[in-house]
Design a protein around this ligand. Structure first.
Ligand code: ATP
Ligand code: MG
Length: 445
C-alpha cells in the first residue's frame, strides 16, 4: 500500500529501528560538550528573516537561494533557521548572557532548513550539533574548540576525518585581499557564473566558495589569504597551530577554506571525511569576532562550529562503526486466561517501578503468538503465567538466550529474585556492564 501524501523531498524519517544511531551521536556529543564546559541552549525553529540576512550575510548562498521563509495570515517576515549560530547569538544577547561569567559556552542540537538540491549528505531539513564559545579572543580558545570537535569525532570512531585549517584574517587584512582577488578575477569576469559576477563587486571572497566547477577551476590560482594576513592575525594563527600541536591534533593548512557564511574572522576550519563522497564536510566552524556587535550586543569576540549529524551517521555507517545498542525488553509476560492476564498487569507494574523494561500482552493473543512477540522484540526473559502458576504462586523464569529456566516467586520476593537472576546474567554476558561493576567495586574498597 502506498501512502497518499509522501514526505517532502530532502527530508528524512527516522524509524524506531534506526533511531539508536541518532541516540548514539546525541549521547556522545552531549558528553563531550559537557566535558569541555558547554551547557545546552534551546532556541526557536524560526526567527525574523532579518536576523539571518544580517548575520549570515546577504551575498551568501544560504541567504540568496536557500532560505525557507514562512508566512501565516497577518504574520510575515519569518524564516526557518538555516543554521544555529544566528539564533543562538540572538538568544545570548537577548537573555543577558553577555553579562555573565566569560567565556560563555553553549551547545545546541537542532534541525536546520535550506532549500538545496537534495542528494546524499545534503538535505533540505538536516540536523546540527553546534557549539559557541563566547567572550574570548585568545587563540587558545580556537584550539580548545577544535579539540572538542576532534574529541567528538574520535569518540564516534571517525579518527580518519581530516582537519583543514585556515585564517581569513580581520577586516583590515581582508580589505587588501579582496582587492587582490578582484584584480585576479576581473579579466575572467565573463567566464564566471551569474551569481559570482555580482559577487565580484560585492564580496569577492565568496567566489572561492562557489560550487560551480568552472568557477572552482578559475579559483585554483587565485591569491591566497595567508599572504595578506596582518601581524596580529598571523600571530593568532600561529598560536592556534601551536596549541593544536601541543594537543597532538593533526591539521592541514588549507587556504581555500573561506566558509559559506559571512560572519567569520581569523580562524576557520572544516573536518572532512573521505568516506562519504562529495558532501564530505562533517563539521565547519570558525571565529566570528564582529558578529555579536553587528547583532546589537556589546562587542564580544566569539567562535563556534556546527556538525551535520546526517553526515556523521553516513561516515560511521560507511566505516562499519558501532553504535550504542538500544535498551530492549528485560521481561515479557506470556499469559493464558483472564486471571493470568490481570496478574501480569500487576506484576509488570511492580517490576517497572524497580526500573526494568517490562511488557505484557496488549492484543489478546494466544500463548504461541505471545511467545513469538517476546522473541521478536528481543525480550531477555519470559515468565509464562497460567492457572497453575497463579495457584502455586510460583512460575518459571525463562532466559530467552540460554533457554535456562529457574523458579521465581510471584509474591513479595518477585523483584528481589528477578534482580538476582538479571544481575548474574548481565555479569555473564555484558562486558561493559561487568567492567562498570568491577570499576565501581574497586573504587569502594
Ligand atoms: P557545504 O559546504 O557542505 O554546503 P556549509 O558550508 O553550507 O556546508 P555550514 O553552514 O557550515 O555548512 O554547516 C555546518 C555543517 O552542517 C556542514 O559541515 C555539514 O556537515 C552540515 N550541513 C550543511 N548543509 C547541509 C545540508 N543541506 N544537508 C546536510 N548537512 C548539511
Ligand atoms: Mg552549503
Amino acid at each position: 500500500m502506498d501512502v497518499i501524501v509522501k514526505r517532502p523531498n530532502g527530508t528524512q524519517d527516522v524509524t524506531p529501528a534506526q533511531v539508536y544511531k541518532w541516540h548514539t551521536i546525541e549521547q556522545v556529543v552531549k558528553d563531550s560538550a559537557e566535558q569541555f564546559g558547554f551547557k545546552e541552549i534551546r532556541i526557536p525553529t524560526f526567527e525574523e528573516t532579518g536576523l539571518f540576512v544580517r548575520s549570515v550575510g546577504d551575498t551568501t548562498d544560504v541567504v540568496q537561494k536557500e532560505m525557507y521563509s514562512v508566512s501565516a495570515t497577518g504574520d510575515e517576515g519569518y524564516t526557518l533557521r538555516p543554521e544555529g549560530t544566528a539564533g543562538t547569538i540572538r538568544a545570548v544577547i537577548q537573555n543577558g548572557l553577555l553579562n555573565e561569567a566569560m567565556p560563555q559556552k553553549v551547545y545546541y542540537l537542532l534541525s536546520c532548513f535550506r532549500h538545496e538540491k537534495a542528494q546524499k549528505g545534503r538535505l533540505r531539513e538536516f540536523h546540527q550539533f553546534g557549539c559557541e564559545l563566547i567572550g574570548t579572543a585568545s587563540p587558545a580558545a580556537d584550539a580548545d574548540l577544535i579539540a572538542l570537535a576532534h574529541s567528538v569525532l574520535g569518540r564516534l570512531g571517525l579518527d580518519n576525518v581530516e582537519l583543514h585549517l585556515n585564517s581569513i584574517g580581520c577586516p583590515e587584512c581582508r580589505a587588501k585581499y579582496r582587492q587582490a582577488l578582484r584584480e585576479y578575477f576581473l579579466p575572467h569576469r565573463e567566464e564566471l557564473c551569474d551569481t559570482c559576477k555580482d559577487r565580484l563587486d560585492k564580496n569577492p571572497m565568496r567566489l572561492l566558495d562557489c560550487k560551480s566547477e568552472e568557477d572552482q577551476e578559475l579559483a585554483k590560482d587565485a591569491p591566497v589569504i595567508l599572504d595578506y594576513l596582518c601581524e596580529e592575525c598571523s600571530a593568532h594563527f600561529g598560536r592556534v597551530k601551536k596549541n593544536l600541536e601541543i594537543m597532538g591534533i593533526r591539521y592541514t593548512v588549507d587556504p581555500k577554506i573561506v566558509r559559506g557564511l559571512d560572519y567569520y574572522t581569523r580562524t576557520v576550519f572544516e573536518f572532512i571525511s573521505k568516506d562519504i563522497g562529495s558532501q564530505g564536510t562533517v563539521c565547519g566552524g570558525g571565529r566570528y569576532d564582529g558578529l555579536i556587535e553587528t547583532m546589537g550586543g556589546k562587542a564580544t569576540p566569539a567562535l563556534g562550529f556546527a556538525m551535520g549529524l546526517e553526515r556523521l551517521i553516513l561516515a560511521m555507517e560507511s566505516r562499519g562503526n558501532e553504535f550504542i545498542a538500544e535498551k530492549t525488553c528485560d521481561l515479557c509476560f506470556v499469559t493464558m486466561g483472564d486471571a493470568a492476564a490481570e496478574k501480569s498487569v500487576e506484576l509488570a507494574q511492580l517490576l517497572r517501578d524497580e526500573g526494568y523494561a517490562v511488557e505484557y500482552d496488549l492484543v489478546g493473543r494466544k500463548l504461541k503468538q505471545q511467545m513469538n512477540y517476546a522473541d521478536k522484540i528481543g525480550a531477555k526473559y519470559v515468565i509464562v503465567l497460567g492457572d497453575s502458576e497463579l495457584e502455586s504462586g510460583k512460575a518459571k523464569l525463562k532466559n530467552m538466550k540460554s533457554g535456562e529456566q529457574t523458579d521465581i516467586s510471584l509474591g513479595e520476593e518477585l523483584c528481589e529474585q528477578f534482580a538476582a537472576q538479571y544481575y548474574a546474567m548481565m555479569m555473564d554476558t555484558d562486558d561493559d556492564f561487568r567492567k562498570f561493576v568491577e570499576a565501581f567495586s574497586d573504587g569502594q574498597e
